[in-house]
Design a binder for this molecule. Structure first.
Ligand code: AMP
Length: 114
């Protein structure tokens, strides 16, 4: 089901990405196949395979990802709103085995999602 964990190569800078944010805990970069005018992926540097694999030890880290999303939404001009998405495993449509949050904005979002 999963492709390689290409995000580890982005974290260690062996493949390039258009970075939007980096700190000790996480990295954010523009999606290579954007689904909206703004489409950024926010990923922890710690390897967590899926959202389902997060534990109590990850509580602060997961909160940090959300606060980075708030900061990026401001910086990227998403004053009218945005959508955060975490796809988990097969039914969630996850394709990269490294937990990541999609920050999508710049257009109206449909509901329900596809
Ligand atoms: P998901 O389907 O939730 O696992 O999302 C994976 C996302 O990673 C997709 O939106 C891809 O377009 C994106 N993606 C895959 N490879 C890269 C890459 N090298 N740089 C930026 N985004 C990527």
């Amino acid at each position: 089901m999963f492709a390689d964990n290409i995000f580890l190569k982005i974290i260690d800078k062996t493949i390039p990405a258009k970075l939007a944010h980096e700190d000790d805990l996480c990295l954010a970069f523009h999606d290579i196949k954007p689904q909206a005018p703004v489409h950024v992926l926010i990923i922890p540097k710690k390897v967590i395979r899926t959202h389902d694999a997060a534990t109590a030890a990850d509580q602060a880290l997961l909160g940090h990802l959300h606060l980075v999303a708030v900061k990026l939404a401001k910086e990227l001009g998403l004053a009218k709103g945005y959508r955060l998405v975490i796809n988990c495993d097969e039914h969630g449509g996850q394709t990269v085995p490294h937990l990541h949050m999609h920050l999508l904005g710049g257009r109206d979002m449909a509901w329900p999602p596809g």
